[in-house]
Design a protein around this ligand. Structure first.
Ligand code: CA
Ligand code: CA
Length: 424
């Protein structure tokens, strides 16, 4: 039995008694090293044996590699090599998502920046691939563009793609830069997909004559049959780099990297209708920005649920890294807490949100910091068992978040003692 399996058995055995005590202290342990700019990890639904690691690209090819979770070894053959990747500044191969019915249809989706006529502008695209007859190798010839759009600048690509509980594909997009969104794209709902969250149905094609649009418009998208691009689900975002759906209830967490003053964590309750305007660039955080473009404190704006400043406060930094609501079993006591980080200050946190208030804000920096210095973790990740990971891009390492060793030893001792008592 490897270390993870041992932890899992002990945790499962000890769940009831330990849930009566304080939440377990946390730590990180490396599960994959010597990677080339890893930016994301995920697993196919229900597949607890494999973790897929997205390497952003350090040249013009991005890679998806597979970690065997039973042995913590990277498979020798890449799952997929993505050619023609533009990794200039903030671009690259930035994330992937498995179709909810991946087990039967083999489809998965990548989001990346591609070369077009040069480095700028680039084309940001969602492309569908299919697995080959070998479950550990994708069919490199199976690429089909789902959607593509011009990204005019090197900044603010966002970079996460995922499926919601409704089965639709969600794509947060950045405002396209340059700084401050001078063209006010995020507040413009016609003829620009920048600064938005797009939502499309990949199980069909409303655009038979267009090979670069292969999706259906969900009929309840907010701008169907009215002014505004039909693909838009939400808008008013700057650079929503990392987002997630709560795997237990479908709440949507949108972490939006800020401009010069405020970082944001935004929250869409599961089932809320589309059309929400998160305020950028009229607002930055809960404050009026100096950039105009709308009515400050417009009551239709949806404010973030959590903000922090670039200069002072309990959290300080200028690149929020959105994470996940924890729904796994290893980290006893943390179920339901939203984990996130701050890249520039290399700090890590969790909080709970009851729909009105933030509670149990916790600083995990001492437990989760991979190493001193800024820009350690660029992303969190979640596997099929809802366990969490931290990705250190420049360090080339993926870490699993685990119970702190002393806490684990205490759990082992507790289980042993319980068994002695049971024998008496
Ligand atoms: Ca089409
Ligand atoms: Ca419309």
């Amino acid at each position: 039995m490897n270390a993870l399996a041992c932890i899992a058995v002990v945790a499962a055995t000890a769940v009831v008694p330990f849930s009566l005590h304080a939440a377990t202290p946390l730590a990180i342990t490396p599960v994959a090293t010597n990677l080339s700019w890893p930016v994301y990890v995920t697993s196919p639904p229900g597949d607890s044996n494999r973790l897929f690691i997205v390497e952003r690209s350090t040249s013009t090819t991005g890679y998806i590699r597979i970690l065997n979770m039973a042995t913590d070894e990277i498979l020798p053959t890449n799952f997929l090599a993505v050619p023609n990747v533009n990794a200039y500044v903030e671009g690259g191969l930035l994330s992937m998502a498995f179709h909810p019915q991946y087990a039967s249809n083999g489809y998965f989706y990548i989001f990346y920046s591609a070369f077009s006529d040069g480095s700028i502008p680039t084309n940001n695209s969602v492309v569908r691939y299919k697995v080959s007859s070998d479950p550990n190798i994708a069919d490199a010839t199976s690429a089909v563009t789902v959607l593509t759009f011009v990204h005019p600048n090197v900044f603010h690509h966002a970079g996460w793609v995922g499926f919601g509980p409704d089965g639709y594909l969600y794509l947060p997009t950045g405002d396209g830069g340059p700084q401050t969104d001078p063209n006010n794209r995020a507040q413009t709902i016609t003829n620009t997909w920048l600064g938005k969250i797009l939502r499309v149905d990949v199980n069909g094609d409303d655009f038979a004559g267009d090979p670069e649009r292969n999706y259906r418009i969900p009929p309840d998208n907010p701008f169907v049959n009215t002014n505004g691009d039909d693909e838009i689900w939400a808008y008013g975002l700057r650079n929503p780099f990392r987002c997630s759906f709560d795997s237990a209830n479908g709440d949507f967490w949108i972490a939006d990297v800020g401009q010069y003053a405020w970082e944001e964590v935004n929250f869409q309750p599961a089932g809320a209708p589309g059309g929400r305007n998160y305020g950028w660039h009229v607002m930055e955080g809960t404050n009026c920005s100096p950039y105009g473009g709308g009515i400050c404190n417009d009551p239709s704006f949806i404010p973030p649920i959590f903000t922090y400043a670039h200069s002072n406060g309990a959290v300080v930094g200028f690149a929020v890294i959105g994470g996940y609501v924890y729904r796994g079993s290893l980290l006893d006591g943390w179920q339901g807490a939203y984990f996130f980080g701050e890249s520039t200050s290399n700090t890590y946190y969790s909080l709970r949100y009851d729909g009105t208030n933030i509670t149990e804000f916790t600083d995990h920096t001492a437990e989760l910091r991979p190493h001193p210095g800024p820009y350690a973790a660029v992303s969190f990740g979640e596997d099929a068992a809802s366990e969490l990971y931290l990705i250190d891009m420049f360090g080339g390492t993926v870490y699993r978040i685990v119970p702190e060793p002393a806490a684990l030893l205490a759990m082992v001792a507790f289980v042993a003692a319980t068994r002695r008592v049971q024998r008496l």
